[in-house]
Design a protein around this ligand. Structure first.
Ligand code: I6G
Length: 675
């Protein structure tokens, strides 16, 4: 090789290392350090070199992630260590039984578990030989899967080679391939734009993308990988004590590991983790269908062993299914607080997302048309978390011949006022304003709701009666109510009327943020109300603020600003506010959030050492968080160290911590502890 080629080879190698590091920062740490254009420049330069000098191409070159030729069929790969399935638990009692079996099997009272979200994706195995990604396979039947190496190589969060000088001679990494919710929505938009069929959910989209014979197609679909464990390995510096340490080892090798992985002890902490992840489920960037619990100590895992095709040391605790099939019996139209007319599907009752659902939103006329929903259809209904159930799609094969097409009414079904659909808006609105009883009821319900003025006991039945009997027309009327007027309502005894009056009285003492939210200004939700209160500090400043001033507040754009200006320009709204203030509704204009008590120092006496780069927190942030709860951060590991927090590329402190058996935390573990 002449000198010039040697230099080019060296430069190509540097480019590869640099590009893979940027891939890691972008796709795994979610913390890019260069602009996209700069990254593209590096990749183009490498592509050019490899095009000009094909003899310099390496198997782990990021320029070769895309470009493998389409296959005729997938070949088979045998998993030497089978990819088993997990047993499922569908309720707390089944988890309790699992924990009891584990404790009895180990003759202990309580067990430490490594816990993680269960991704709704596809299990795969990645085989690295001498540090290079050689093959990647689907789980298949657990013993034999399909060789999808070229497709997996297009996933940029999967390392093509291991970033260590002396890699294991063999390492199989197991994990799940999935599509992030945001990438799924973007893909479906592209599918629609091309006139192609949308995918039903991120899992189907990920499965469809991974099973492409042409890796060029897979490369256009943004897939993500998360490691959950290992298979075969040889000559690896593999931690031998705990599963959580194995996960930290994989994170140090640049494999994506879910931030939510952590360690808990005993049944109560398992169930608390399930609740905590369940509460976050909707806001997570990926779909999950449960959580996984694994006995953390590897020796204990071995002791427990396997039963038929599943480990005894692990279980998946599943969330209730979020989708179900039922029949659409009719479509009604509901009138919302802002007059929006929403078509609502009346359904044959169906159990989904943990409750029986009888109604589901159809959003608006465009959505009904796009999904081609007709009365009488068999439909898929989705209820995710606290989100209103919705009709996702129609099973066309099951459409009866007499299924009826639905048309939005031209008039408000409650007050009869004209319904209009403004240009650019997806919804029709009732033009009746607060003369429309439906809008009045909704305004009062919103005003009284828990996150607004929190008037306990004022639910939809009572709001209906108050409006129908004309004893309440605006929220201000609530504070003028007397016992007789309330007690005269149907099914309202003196005692419950008194309770409502006390709740109304109690609500007079509120906060500015709650009051702003309670007003029901269009486009002003709870978070925006908090921003407005924090930045303006007084209601009068909010009333006086013009569009320009409002837009100086973070997260407030022209649409929200205009809604606020329009709201206060309406004389009627200002009168209601004055009446509310005159009735004694008040708040401390400059009160901030309550300070944390200085006694809250749960990490008092605990010593931490930080090593490596954490995915989301800087070292300073991690140190500050630990110290704010009373913990101490030191620079070296000793027997006195309680926790070593390990990020990517950890130093010798990590090895020392392993040798001393000190608890290793990754960033998610630290976050859990801080919480
Ligand atoms: O932690 C895990 C997540 C998902 C798993 C797992 C899984 O299958 C889709 N499967 C096994 C066998 C184990 N852990 C041990």
């Amino acid at each position: 090789m002449n000198e010039k080629i040697k230099k080019i080879k060296q430069h190509a190698q540097e480019l590869r290392a640099e590009i893979e590091l940027h891939n890691y920062r972008y796709y795994v740490l979610d913390n890019p350090t260069i602009p996209d254009a700069e990254y593209d420049k590096l990749l183009r330069e490498l592509q050019q070199i490899e095009q000009d000098h094909p003899q310099l191409i390496t198997a782990d070159s990021p320029a070769q992630r895309v470009g493998a030729a389409p296959l005729k069929a997938f070949s088979q790969i045998t998993h030497k260590i089978p990819m088993l399935s997990l047993n499922n638990a569908f309720d707390d009692a089944e988890v309790e039984a699992f924990d009891r079996r584990v404790c009895e099997g180990l003759s202990v009272d309580s067990v430490e578990y490594a816990v993680e979200p269960k991704f709704d994706g596809l299990a795969v195995s990645l085989r690295y030989e001498d540090g290079m990604l050689k093959t990647g396979a689907t789980r298949g039947d657990g013993y034999t899967g399909e060789d999808i190496t070229s497709n997996l190589k297009t996933i940029k969060s999967i390392p093509l080679s291991l970033p260590v000088r002396t890699p294991p001679s063999l390492l199989e990494v197991r994990g799940e391939v999935l599509m992030l919710k945001a990438d799924f929505l973007a893909l479906n938009q592209r599918q629609l734009a091309k006139g192609e069929k949308e995918f039903a959910n991120p899992r189907n989209a990920a499965a469809g993308s991974l099973r492409q014979l042409d890796p060029g197609i897979t490369a256009t679909r943004r897939l993500t990988f998360f490691a959950y464990g290992i298979g075969e390995y040889q000559n690896a510096h593999m931690p031998q004590d705990k599963h959580s340490q194995v996960m930290a080892y994989l994170a140090a090798l640049h494999f994506p590991v879910a931030k939510e992985c952590t360690v808990v002890t005993g049944l109560q902490e398992l169930l608390a983790y399930y609740q905590a992840i369940g509460a976050q489920r909707e806001s997570l960037p990926y779909d999950i269908d449960g959580v996984v619990y694994k006995v953390n100590a590897l020796l204990q895992q071995e002791q427990l062993g396997f039963v038929s095709r599943a480990p005894r040391f692990a279980i998946a605790h599943k969330f209730p299914a979020q989708e179900a099939v039922t029949q659409l019996l009719d479509i009604d139209v509901q009138v919302g607080r802002t007059g929006a007319l929403t078509p609502v599907a009346r359904l044959k009752p169906v159990f989904v997302g943990g409750v029986t659902v009888t109604n589901a939103t159809l959003h608006n006329a465009d959505e009904i048309e796009r999904k081609d929903v007709r009365i009488g259809d068999t439909v898929i209904v989705r209820r995710a978390g606290d989100v209103i159930p919705e009709v996702v799609s129609v099973i066309l094969d099951k459409r009866p011949v007499d299924a009826q097409v639905f048309a939005m009414p031209a008039h408000c079904p409650v007050c009869g006022a004209k319904a209009v659909r403004l240009p650019g808006e997806a919804v029709s609105r009732c033009t009746g304003g607060l003369f429309c009883p439906a809008q009045r009821k909704q305004a009062i319900l919103h005003f009284a709701s828990r996150r607004a003025m929190d008037i306990e006991g004022l639910g939809d039945k009572l709001a209906d009666q108050m409006v129908d009997n004309a004893i309440v027309r605006t929220p201000a009327d609530l504070y003028k109510l007397g016992l007789t007027a309330l007690a005269n309502l149907e099914r309202m005894a003196d005692k419950s009327a008194n309770n409502i009056l006390s709740a109304i009285e109690k609500s007079k003492q509120t906060t500015l943020a709650r009051f702003i939210y309670a007003l029901g200004i269009r486009n002003v939700g709870e978070a925006t109300a908090k921003e407005l209160a924090a930045h303006l500090g007084s209601l009068d400043r909010l009333i006086e603020a013009d569009n320009e001033r409002l837009q100086q507040i973070p997260d407030i754009g022209p649409v929200v600003a205009q809604s606020i200006v329009d709201f206060f320009a309406e004389q009627h709204n200002c009168e209601v506010i004055e009446q509310l203030r005159a009735s004694g509704v008040h708040w401390d204009e400059h009160a901030g959030e309550p300070e944390l008590s200085s006694a809250a120092a749960p990490l008092q006496g605990k010593t931490f050492v930080l090593t490596g780069t954490l995915p989301n927190m800087s070292r300073e942030e991690a140190k500050e968080s630990i110290e704010s709860l009373g913990g101490k951060v030191t620079g070296s590991v000793s027997k006195k160290t309680d926790y070593v927090v390990v990020g990517a590329d950890p130093g010798s402190k990590y090895d020392k911590a392993l040798s001393l058996g000190i608890t290793i935390l990754d960033e998610a573990g630290l976050q859990a502890l801080l919480q």
